[in-house]
Design a protein around this ligand. Structure first.
Ligand code: NAP
Length: 312
């Protein structure tokens, strides 16, 4: 098995990871990106983005290709499709072991992202990108004058439902209880919004349609009544989960597992930084992930430089 030595190893090849890689390699640190799947991260699956500054409209895949090409320009080494066996962030150097190699790093930047919790119902996976979306900010404008259903009762569901009323003619909020979890102030705003209709005590049982979503099957959990609700889009907002397998327990995380950092993106461990959706952050967008990556890499490379100076 091959052993590699890098100044900075970045876990995760999405916008946060590629931005970090660009700043790290351009800062003269030898840099590698390791990903468990193809490079590009979550945006690779977005049909279009129209909120990345400078790009009026660009396919998610195309944008991430540009991120990758930019990192290539500075000699970032890329290791996609790695099956990770262990991540030791405590040792010095830090060691990431995959099925294919041992990666030693003076500094590690965690950019592994987060995944939306899935409803786990029939039709959900089949209709992703064809009516099912986990990102109102990314996809809301595709639902101009259409009907959409948001699932969940937390702050994300209610805030995103309000955001969707900018475009949609009607927004259902389908919640499994008769009381929202969202903050009172957010609830009050939603109750005042004429475009929002609440469907209480209900869960989605199936997402249906032809080529695109056209209706969902919902069940009232109190009466057990099952009905079809016409909708063009479904936005499940039932929580996000960080991708922290192999990392859990080594650094400080919040109750849901998101990594806690300071303003330099440093985690509770020296030389370990966390950037993008995997960290405890108030906004999860390509632009914020890229921004985190830049900050984290600048401080990671400063850390690496200091380590090198101590060594001589
Ligand atoms: P959340 O607060 O955990 O809410 C998830 C919602 O989805 C809950 O209403 C929950 O129902 C429902 N749910 C969970 N699993 C479900 C399932 N399998 N089927 C149907 N419904 C399900 O998640 P979030 O809204 O993503 O927020 C996450 C955190 O970020 C929270 O701490 C939130 O306050 C914070 N946040 C803050 C802001 C803000 O301050 N502006 C904005 C967004 C998020 P129950 O209520 O019955 O459990």
């Amino acid at each position: 098995m091959e052993t590699y030595d890098f100044d900075v190893v970045i876990l995760g090849g999405g916008p946060a990871g590629f931005s970090a890689a660009l700043y790290s390699a351009r800062g003269a640190a030898s840099t590698a990106i390791i990903d468990v799947s193809m490079l590009g991260g979550q945006p690779s699956n977005y049909l279009e983005l129209e909120n990345y500054p400078g790009m009026k409209k660009i396919g998610g895949f195309d944008l991430m290709e540009k991120f990758e090409e930019h990192a290539d320009m500075f000699g970032v080494q890329k290791f996609p499709m790695q099956e990770i066996e262990s991540v030791d962030l405590v040792s010095n150097p830090k060691v990431i072991t995959t099925k294919e190699g041992i990666f030693k790093a003076k500094s590690v930047i965690i950019a592994t992202g987060a995944k939306p919790m899935k409803l786990g119902v029939k039709g959900e996976l089949e209709y992703i990108g064809r009516g099912v979306s986990y990102c109102a900010v990314c996809d809301g404008s595709f639902y101009q004058d259409k009907v959409v259903a948001v699932v969940g009762g937390g702050n994300s569901a209610v805030e995103e439902a309000m955001y969707l009323t900018k475009f949609a003619s009607k927004v259902y909020i389908i919640h499994r209880r008769d009381e929202l979890r969202a903050d009172k102030i957010i609830q009050e705003r939603a109750f005042k919004n004429d475009k929002i209709e609440f469907v209480w005590d209900s869960v989605v049982e199936e997402i249906c349609g032809e080529d695109l979503v056209s209706y969902i099957v919902i069940k009232n959990v109190k009466t057990n009544d099952v009905t079809n609700l016409k909708t063009d889009g479904v936005f499940p907002y039932i929580g996000m989960l960080p991708n922290v397998d192999n990392i859990n327990g080594q650094i400080k995380q919040d109750a849901r597992g998101f990594i806690l950092t300071d303003e330099t993106m440093k985690t509770s461990l020296d030389g370990v930084y966390a950037v993008g959706d995997v960290r405890n952050t108030p906004l999860r967008q390509v632009i914020t992930a890229a921004s985190d990556g830049a900050i984290g890499a600048v401080y990671a490379t400063k850390y690496v430089q200091a380590q090198k100076e101590v060594a001589v």
